[in-house]
Design a protein around this ligand. Structure first.
Ligand code: ISL
Ligand code: CA
Length: 537
């Protein structure tokens, strides 16, 4: 028997860029409410909201200054309650982002913690320096050292992300009590679970220098530690198990074995995790060093995870990643075909599918031409660091353009009008000029649009036990070809994906279920970027 969170499709909203309702140029909760009917029509069963809590926005919501409030830029608690109620009317559940590795440095806990005599003194990871230098050699995810000195406290604090995101101290039982309290607060309001931000790095086993030559110095001391498993079991036992909810962990640098250890049902920790390996197949070591996308490499990684982990959280996009059609597809001539191919892939894999806002209309990477147009803290840090390393401006710009998180953060393209219908004011981040061509309004009207292909594939999945719960087996992986089979109790579906601009022979047989081309049967030949699902007998 499948759980509801295994049957439903999740849609991720990054609220700041979804829909502005009051003309201040910032997406908000009322803007989301206004589009619930379209999401229902698409077939969405769960919405994951990226953080909506008060935040100084150094990392746009991932730096939280009050876990029990709503960012006034996005609305009020009454708006949030209205969103929950309106979603429920449409049988859509809401999942929130739980960011508990760190808070904002503006959180009252941190401000108080700067005082050595405060009851909050041990809420964060404070250490004296070593000979005027940071306590260890760890590096941060956003570039630069993971420690910052605080004059007032006279010590350094640990931050695995920006200096404005101090890490919480999980050796302190009071921190655990606060986290449980926050979780109950939202679950009692009717939230159906959490996407748990960087959850596999919250527990630091030691603060010794990093030794191993990872992309990040220090990783071996906090990645997927036993202490983290213990915390998750405690949160599950004492809080989550009291509600009908689910959790998906965002787990960085994770291996299939680690994923099993977090998600096997008998371990009672998380329900599923986001892995990164398939998203790293077009890079060397770190995302700033791109290598050419190769579908075969991508397909092998997906196959490895489909095979090794019983239930995956499947995704091709989110607010941290470039747009999938620009990255794994073709955002020129085969834009529409390749977006539909990626849709076919996402909705025919085993696991829970996650769609990111705009993916369903094939939104592409940004069209910015200058660094000043970007807002992401990470992009600016990396640009500065690359400059320090002597990288020429053209190379720096190329790195940023291919990988910046702002690629996925440009405002949602609702129509071909001013600012794509996102706002009547000035958008906080530039709107892509291609909204004239790529927008929701025109795709809602066109029965053959990418959006309506998503609708069709979601419905196909909903009505198919094979797609929802069948086993996955890879059948053929070539340079640009990925063929796999889903089977359940004697029924089977074959999925054929051609990731190239050329027609290819793929001699398989079966009854045509769906194709992103207009055809009535399958003749053993795939057109450029064609995706086909066949029913085998
Ligand atoms: O995008 C990344 C850096 O290139 C990832 O390493 C990212 O930082 C990592 O996946 C963690 O992401 C999550 O936590 C961050 C936040 O900035 C991201 O938006 C969030 O998804 C810190 O809270
Ligand atoms: Ca607004």
């Amino acid at each position: 028997m499948l759980k509801w969170w295994q049957e439903r499709v999740v849609y991720q909203i990054w609220p700041r860029s979804f829909q502005d309702s009051n003309g201040d140029g910032i997406g908000d909760l009322q803007g989301i409410i206004a589009h619930l009917d379209e999401l229902k029509d698409l077939g969405v069963g769960v919405i994951w909201l990226s953080p909506v809590y008060p935040s100084p926005n150094v990392d746009f919501g991932y730096d939280i200054s009050d876990y029990k409030g709503i960012n006034p830029e996005l609305g009020t608690m009454a708006d949030m309650e209205e969103l929950l109620a309106e979603a429920e009317k449409r049988e859509i559940k809401i999942v929130m982002d739980l960011v508990i590795n760190h808070t904002s440095d503006q959180h009252a806990w941190f401000q108080s913690s700067r005082d050595k005599d405060s009851p909050y003194r041990d809420y964060y990871i404070w250490r004296p320096g070593k000979n005027g230098k940071p306590p260890n050699n760890w590096s941060s995810f956003f570039g630069g050292p993971a420690w910052t000195y605080d004059e007032r406290r006279g010590e350094y604090y640990l931050h695995l992300f920006a200096p404005n995101q101090p890490d919480l101290n999980y050796y302190n039982p009071k921190v655990m009590a606060e986290v449980k309290d926050v979780m109950r607060f939202w679950l009692d309001k009717g939230v159906a679970g959490f996407r748990c931000d960087v959850i596999n790095i919250i527990y630091k086993s030691s603060l010794a220098d990093g030794r191993r030559r990872f992309a990040l110095l220090g990783l071996e001391h906090y990645l997927s530690q036993e202490g983290c498993h213990k915390i998750l079991r405690e949160l599950r036992r004492e809080v989550l198990s009291q509600y009908d909810c689910f959790t998906v962990g965002e787990t960085v640098f994770i291996t299939p074995q680690m994923a099993r250890d977090f998600t096997l049902p008998e371990r009672e920790e998380l329900d599923m995790v986001f892995a990164f390996e398939h998203m790293e197949t077009d890079q060397y070591l770190v995302k700033w060093f791109k290598r050419r996308f190769q579908a075969g490499r991508f397909a092998r990684s997906i196959t490895k995870w489909q095979t090794a982990v019983p239930w995956n959280a499947n995704y091709l996009e989110n607010h941290d990643q470039p747009r999938s059609v620009s990255r794994f597809g073709h955002d020129g001539e085969y834009w529409e075909k390749s977006a539909k191919l990626l849709c076919t892939l996402l909705l025919t894999l085993r696991g829970t599918p996650f769609i990111y806002q705009g993916q369903e209309i094939g939104m592409t990477n940004f069209d910015f031409t200058r660094m000043e147009q970007l807002k992401d803290v990470e992009s600016h840090n990396i640009y500065r660091i690359a400059k320090g390393l002597g990288f020429p401006p053209s190379l720096r710009w190329r790195l940023i353009k291919a990988t910046s998180r702002d690629n996925a953060r440009t405002p949602m393209q609702w129509n071909s009008g001013p600012n794509a219908g996102f706002t009547t004011g000035t958008p906080w981040l530039g709107v892509n000029k291609n909204h004239v061509k790529i927008n929701m309004e025109s795709q809602m009207r066109d029965p053959n649009s990418i959006r309506n292909f998503y609708r069709k594939m979601i419905a196909l999945r909903a009505g198919s036990d094979v797609l929802k719960s069948g086993d996955f087996t890879a059948v053929e992986i070539a340079k640009d070809l990925f063929v796999y089979r889903r089977t359940k109790e004697g029924s089977s579906l074959l999925v054929l994906l051609n990731f190239s601009t050329r027609a290819v022979t793929a001699a398989y047989r079966g009854e045509l279920v769906v194709s992103n081309y207009d055809r009535t049967d399958y003749d053993g030949r795939l057109q450029p970027y064609e995706a086909v699902v066949l029913e085998e007998s």
